[in-house]
Design a protein around this ligand. Structure first.
Ligand code: ATP
Ligand code: MG
Length: 177
């Protein structure tokens, strides 16, 4: 639970852009928040049953104030019921956006789900506007829609300068997943 002195107005952060570091930035803030005793919910949109280092780590950590869930159908360019999974994930998110118990809600890759119009942007904006005033929210992913950036208090756009992928090197375990 958030300490009384941390109970200032919560902020909305958006980490977007085509460079690497969006999701891992959200993990960094998650660690900080947990260190201060906050309740954190980390929902991974788009990603489905993907085995990742973070998933293994959070499972082994079994932290009492962290809930980590993958609510997606899998990589966005792979076939799957992306819209259905995004809608089900959003139902989960909406409940957390109404809960005064959640101090930090991360919606990883929500930008992508909005970009592909798997979710209604108006509904998302409305729920964000009406969340508990102390609640902090992080949204990540490429292609953040402009109205969402307008509502955000903090926007970072990570620009790719170089990435091994450009040389045909696939995702590296331990670095990328
Ligand atoms: P990370 O999870 O490492 O912080 P990210 O969240 O910024 O990355 P995503 O857009 O979610 O990046 O992409 C997911 C995967 O694509 C990751 O494995 C990431 O390393 C890789 N990736 C990120 N940026 C690029 C890029 N510019 N070119 C190719 N692949 C990338
Ligand atoms: Mg990501």
């Amino acid at each position: 639970m958030l300490k009384e002195e941390d109970r200032s107005a919560g902020i909305l952060l958006n980490i977007t852009g085509n460079g690497k570091g969006k999701t891992t930035s959200a993990f960094g803030i998650t660690i900080r928040a947990l260190g201060w005793g906050w309740n954190v919910v980390f929902l991974q949109f788009v990603k489905g049953a993907v085995e990742t280092g973070e998933k293994r780590f959070f499972a082994s950590l079994n932290h009492p104030s962290l809930l980590f869930e993958q609510v997606g159908a899998g990589l966005s360019w792979h076939p799957g019921d992306h819209k259905g999974m995004a809608e089900a994930g959003w139902k989960r998110a909406e409940a957390f956006l109404r809960s005064g118990e959640v101090d930090l809600l991360v919606m990883d890759e929500l930008n992508i789900a909005l970009h592909y119009q798997w979710l209604s942007l108006d509904h998302v904006l409305d729920a964000l506007k009406h969340r508990p005033p102390h609640q902090n929210v992080i949204i990540t992913g490429r292609y953040a829609p402009a109205p969402l950036l307008d509502l955000s208090d903090l926007v970072s756009e990570i620009r790719s300068v170089k990435h091994p992928f450009d040389k045909g090197i696939p995702a590296i375990r331990g670095i990328d997943f």
